[in-house]
Design a binder for this molecule. Structure first.
Ligand SMILES: [Fe+2]
Ligand SMILES: [Fe+2]
Ligand SMILES: [Fe+2]
Length: 268
């Protein structure tokens, strides 16, 4: 029997209610099976079908919720849900003797209840709690409004790219990806030019280091080979995004923050 304890709560009302209902369905199927006579078989099969249907609806809800809040765990959750669904789909109880029917059903229920409990505690309770690596958080603030706003926009464009990569509904992402890379390239150049002008305006002493880093990054952006994108879209873009995000966060933390510090010092 599955017990829905407080440890199972995600804190998201709709999801918690659906989990509770899934637990109930598994428990009812166990119960039905244990006092089952031959004519109870049909009730048990109905319950399993209901469980199958309810689980897939629930996964849809949960994944939509995670998509909405940009939860970075979404791809992992989708894989986990798919393996549950695959196991449920192997359910074939037609033509089995009573004994084999019971054996197969108990095996399935044992698997489902173990899976559900582990998954709810191990993965679902973390929904909404891990931050997207593309979140522009306070730690990235440089202290110059114009620069901070533009950095934020760069994070948003990358987040958008990340969503396209993981959007399983779109099979050929080529056009969308090209658009986003173009936008990222344009916006990066626009931002660098603003940032460089700002540094000039305050006579920032390390301007040359920034110019070098910026031009090197623009070179990297221009080296992006779009011919590769069509072959292995997911892999190529994942690597590319990881590189861009890493570069940007590093550059902000190690170099751009110094602009803000210098500016603040000069104002005082
Ligand atoms: Fe889940
Ligand atoms: Fe910079
Ligand atoms: Fe910057």
């Amino acid at each position: 029997m599955l017990k829905f304890t407080d440890d199972c709560l995600t804190g998201i009302k709709e999801i918690d209610q659906e989990h509770q209902k899934l637990f109930d369905l598994v428990n009812s199927a166990y119960k039905e099976l244990n006092d089952s006579e031959t004519d109870k078989r049909i009730v048990c099969i109905d319950l399993l079908r209901e469980l199958q249907f309810y689980a897939s609806t629930h996964f849809e809800h949960e994944e939509a919720y995670m998509q909405k809040i940009n939860d970075p765990e979404l791809p992992r959750q989708k894989l986990a849900h798919a393996s549950f669904t695959a196991r449920m789909n192997t359910l074939n109880l037609v033509g089995l003797s009573d004994e084999n029917f019971k054996k197969a059903t108990i095996e399935l229920l044992d698997y489902l209840s173990r899976w559900l409990f582990n998954h709810v505690i191990g993965s679902d309770t973390l929904i909404g709690k891990s931050q997207s690596p593309f979140a522009f958080t306070e730690k990235y603030l440089v202290g110059v409004q114009l620069i901070d706003e533009e950095h934020k926009r760069l994070f948003e464009i990358m987040e958008q790219a990340n969503q396209v990569i993981h959007d399983e509904m779109s099979f050929d992402k080529y056009d969308e990806i090209i658009d986003i890379i173009d936008e990222l390239r344009d916006y990066t150049e626009f931002h660098f030019s603003d940032e460089e002008n700002f540094m000039k305006s305050i006579n920032y002493p390390d301007l040359d280091k920034q110019l070098l880093a910026h031009s090197h990054f623009v070179e990297k952006l221009n080296e992006i080979d779009l011919d590769n994108v069509d072959n292995d879209q997911q892999g190529y873009l994942n690597d590319l995004l990881a590189f861009l995000l890493n570069w940007l966060t590093n550059h902000i933390m190690k170099m751009d923050k110094k602009i803000g510090a210098f500016y603040l010092n000069q104002k005082q």
